[in-house]
Design a protein around this ligand. Structure first.
Ligand code: GLU
Length: 495
C-alpha cells in the first residue's frame, strides 16, 4: 500500500505572509486534499532574532482568512508535536548526537577570520569558495581537547564530494548537481542551534513528510538535504519546486509593485475566494482556458505535473477581474456584512440600525450597485448618491439628459407634483409621475432619465420610484430644485 501523503508548509515568521508563500501553501493544501493526505503547518522559527510572535499570528490569520486549513500544526497539535522549530531543539540535538556518534559530522573550530582568509585565497586562485576541510581530519584527541576547553565550534556534515546528486523533481524533472559543488556544510551553529538545512531535514524526516513542495529558491539547497537524508540512512521525500512569481516587468516581485502580502489584499477589499483562485493561476493551468476555479474544483483538477516550470508573472488586472466575479456572485446580505463598519462610519446607517425601511433600501441599493462593482471600494463609491447630497453630475448624462431647454422647468414641475403626493410610497409616486408625463406630452424616458440624474448625479440606478420614496419628499424636492437652479445658472458641470 502506498504511504499516506504528508506535506508541509514551513513559513519563517519574520514578516507577513506573502503572495508567493500563500501560493506555495495553497499548492501543498491542494495536493494533500486531492490525495486524501495530511497538510502540516510547521513554523520555521529557528532564526530567533528575526522571528516574531506578531508575524506568527498574522500568518495564521491570513490562512484562516484564505480558507486554507491544516491537519497538524502549532495551534491544533498532532502526532509529531511540537510544530514550532523553536520548541524542537532537543529533537535536533539528539539527531546531531547520532550523527556525531557515527562520525558523519565533525566539529569545526575555524574562526570567521580564518574562513574569510580561505575564501579570499580561493578567489585569488579562481576556485569556488568551498570549506577547506581543515578540521575534517583532526585526531580524536585533538578534537576532544578543544571541545573540553570550550573552543567555539560548529558541526559540519562530512560529504564525499564525488559523483552527482540527481533530484527527481516532480515539476522540473531530473535536476543534476555535481557533488563537488557541495562542501562540508554547517549543520549546527556556534550558538548551539541547528541550521535551517538541519532542522528542516530532521523535521521532514521525523514528521514523515512524503513530498516537499516549496519555492524554487530552495532547489539549490536540495542536494544538501539529500545528503542529510543519506546521513540518516533515510529515503528523502519527493521534491517539487514551484516556480517564482515575477513582477510584470519580469523583475523580482517586491513592495514597489504594490500589495504583496495577504493582509494587504484583504485590506484592499480583495475577497479570499478571488485570491485563492488567483494563486492557483500563478503557475498552474487548469486547462480548457478555464480561469474561474473555486477551491473544490481546484482540488479535483490539481496535479503537480501541470504546474509550470517557468516563472509566473503577476498580473493585478487578472486578480481584480476575478475579484469582480466573486464579488458579484455574493448575496447582498453577505456584502452588507462586509461593508457594515464602513457605512456606519460614513453615517449611512446607525450602528444598531433597526429601521426596516432603511434596511430594505440599503439592500436595494447594494443589490443594484453590486452588479456594477469590482469590489467593496467601488460599491461604497456607487452607494454614495443614495446616502449623501449630490455634488457632481455625470458629464455624459448632463449632455444627454439636461440639454433640453425645458429641463429646469420640468424638474420643478415634478417637484411640485410630488409635493402633493400622499402617501409617499413608490406605487403612488409612480402613478402621479406617469400622469404628469402624459400631461406634459412626453415619453416616459424624457422625464425619468433627467429626474434620475438630478436626484442621484448618475444615469443608472435602482427603480426611480423606489429612489424617490426612499429619499423622501423633502430631500427629493430639494435635489430637483438644486439641479434646476444649477442648470439655469450654468454651473451644473462645475464641482
Ligand atoms: N522556512 C523556509 C522558507 O520559508 C522553508 C523552506 C522549506 O520549505 O524547506 O522558505
Amino acid at each position: 500500500m502506498d504511504k499516506q501523503v504528508r506535506v508541509r508548509f514551513a513559513p519563517s515568521p519574520t514578516g507577513a505572509l506573502h503572495i508567493g508563500g500563500a501560493r506555495t501553501a495553497y499548492f501543498n493544501w491542494l495536493f494533500a486534499r486531492k490525495n486524501q493526505g495530511v497538510f502540516v503547518l510547521r513554523i520555521d522559527d529557528t532564526d530567533r532574532a528575526r522571528s516574531t510572535e506578531e508575524s506568527y499570528r498574522q500568518i495564521l490569520d491570513s490562512f484562516q482568512w484564505l480558507g486554507i486549513d491544516w491537519d497538524e500544526g502549532p495551534d491544533c497539535g498532532g502526532p509529531y508535536a511540537p510544530y514550532r522549530q523553536s520548541e524542537r531543539t532537543e529533537i535536533y540535538r539528539s539527531h546531531l548526537q547520532k550523527l556525531i556518534a557515527e562520525d558523519k559530522v565533525y566539529p569545526c573550530f575555524c574562526s570567521a577570520e580564518q574562513l574569510q582568509a580561505d575564501r579570499d585565497e580561493a578567489a585569488r586562485e579562481g576556485r569556488p569558495p568551498r570549506y577547506s576541510g581543515r578540521c575534517r581530519n583532526l585526531s580524536p584527541e585533538e578534537r576532544a581537547r578543544r571541545l573540553s576547553v570550550g573552543d567555539p565550534h560548529v558541526y559540519r556534515l562530512r560529504t564525499d564530494g564525488g559523483g552527482e546528486t540527481v533530484v527527481h523533481d516532480l515539476i522540473r524533472g531530473d535536476v543534476v548537481f555535481q557533488n563537488s559543488e557541495i562542501d562540508d556544510f554547517i549543520v549546527w551553529k556556534a550558538d548551539d542551534s541547528p541550521t535551517y538545512h538541519f532542522a528542516s531535514c530532521v523535521d521532514d524526516l521525523a514528521m514523515q513528510i512524503t513530498h516537499v513542495i516549496r519555492a524554487e529558491e530552495h532547489l539549490s539547497n536540495t542536494p544538501r538535504h539529500v545528503a542529510l537524508f543519506e546521513a540518516f540512512a533515510a529515503e528523502p521525500p519527493v521534491f517539487a519546486h514551484v516556480p517564482m512569481i515575477l513582477a510584470p516587468d519580469r523583475s523580482k516581485l517586491s513592495k514597489r509593485h504594490g500589495a504583496t502580502s495577504v493582509s494587504e489584499y484583504r485590506d484592499m477589499g480583495i475577497l479570499p475566494e478571488a485570491l485563492v483562485n488567483y494563486l492557483l493561476l500563478l503557475g498552474f493551468s487548469p486547462g480548457d482556458d478555464r480561469e474561474i476555479v473555486d477551491r473544490e474544483t481546484a482540488i479535483e483538477l490539481f496535479s503537480l505535473d501541470r504546474v509550470a516550470k517557468h516563472a509566473a508573472v503577476y498580473d493585478v488586472k487578472k486578480l481584480e477581474w476575478l475579484n469582480a466575479h466573486y464579488f458579484r456572485a455574493q448575496s447582498p446580505d453577505v456584502v452588507i456584512d462586509q461593508i457594515w463598519k464602513q457605512i456606519v462610519h460614513l453615517g449611512y446607517v446607525a450602528p444598531d440600525e433597526v429601521d426596516r425601511h432603511v434596511l430594505a433600501w440599503l439592500r436595494t441599493v447594494v443589490e443594484f450597485v453590486q452588479t456594477r462593482s469590482r469590489g467593496t471600494a467601488d460599491l461604497i463609491e456607487g452607494m454614495r448618491p443614495y446616502f449623501e447630497p449630490v455634488t457632481t453630475y455625470d458629464e455624459k448624462g448632463v449632455r444627454k439628459q439636461f440639454s433640453d431647454k425645458a429641463t429646469p422647468e420640468r424638474l420643478r414641475a415634478v417637484a411640485q407634483r410630488l409635493a402633493g403626493v400622499a402617501p409617499f410610497t413608490a406605487p403612488v409616486i409612480e402613478s402621479s409621475f406617469r400622469a404628469l408625463i402624459d400631461e406634459l406630452g412626453l415619453k416616459a424616458g424624457q422625464l425619468i432619465h433627467p429626474v434620475r440624474l438630478a436626484l442621484t448625479g448618475v444615469t443608472v440606478g435602482p427603480g426611480l420610484f423606489d429612489v424617490i420614496a426612499m429619499l423622501g419628499r423633502e430631500e427629493t424636492c430639494e435635489r430637483l430644485a438644486t439641479a434646476a437652479n444649477r442648470i439655469d445658472a450654468g454651473t451644473i458641470a462645475a464641482q
